[in-house]
Design a protein around this ligand. Structure first.
Ligand code: ATP
Ligand code: MG
Length: 177
């Protein structure tokens, strides 16, 4: 019973190949903002589109929206620059985790940073464990490392049942970006 009443900062992890990892994280961010909570969104990968959520996120009170990864894109051909960009983004993330600026921190697409070896897994695990007391964290990205899954309190795996991409439908504004 005691456990059910305990308040604590949670680590959520949205992974899997299906759509909805980032947008579900944004949904929770929206929910937290509605309670006046301070939210930090750090995107480790810069896609080719300036997304609708980023346009809004950069202009929303109580929300700090950073799309890092200067040059760290899905289509990059310069791993050295990607590594530097990811390391710089991670340094910001680490400060957000340890500091007192936010009530919820979203680390979007962080699984790739770990999987590509841009930031050592141990460093990420250590910072997550040492995070400010009460801070909620959401991690997103495909192929989450088993140790991230083990550390997280809440893990959801999005499974792709159907996606229009398979039928040659290109990404739609407002849905994909
Ligand atoms: P979203 O940002 O829409 O919540 P996501 O974060 O789950 O998606 P990512 O792995 O970050 O998905 O990939 C981003 C892009 O890939 C999005 O445009 C998304 O629609 C697309 N995508 C996601 N799942 C699939 C899939 N199963 N097949 C093809 N494209 C996909
Ligand atoms: Mg995503």
């Amino acid at each position: 019973m005691d456990r059910l009443r305990r308040k604590q900062g949670l680590i959520l992890l949205n992974t899997g190949n299906g759509k909805g990892k980032t947008t579900a994280a944004i949904g929770i961010a929206f929910r937290a903002l509605g309670h006046g909570m301070r939210v930090g969104m750090l995107q480790f990968i810069k896609g080719k589109w300036r997304t609708g959520e980023r346009r809004l996120g950069e202009n929303t009170p109580n929300l700090t929206w950073l799309t890092m990864g200067r040059g760290f894109t899905w289509e990059s051909e310069d791993p050295a620059r990607d590594r530097a960009a990811a390391a710089a983004a991670w340094e910001v993330a680490r400060q957000w985790l340890l500091g007192n600026d936010f009530d919820l921190v979203v680390l979007d697409e962080i699984t790739y940073v770990v999987n590509y070896g841009f930031v050592p897994l141990e460093e990420v695990l250590t910072a997550l464990k040492a995070r400010r007391e009460g801070l909620h964290v959401i991690l997103t990205g495909r192929a989450a490392h088993p140790e991230l899954i083990a550390l997280a309190d809440l893990v959801t795996e999005m499974r792709a049942v159907k996606h229009p991409y398979a039928n040659g439908v290109r990404a739609q504004k407002g849905i994909e970006f």
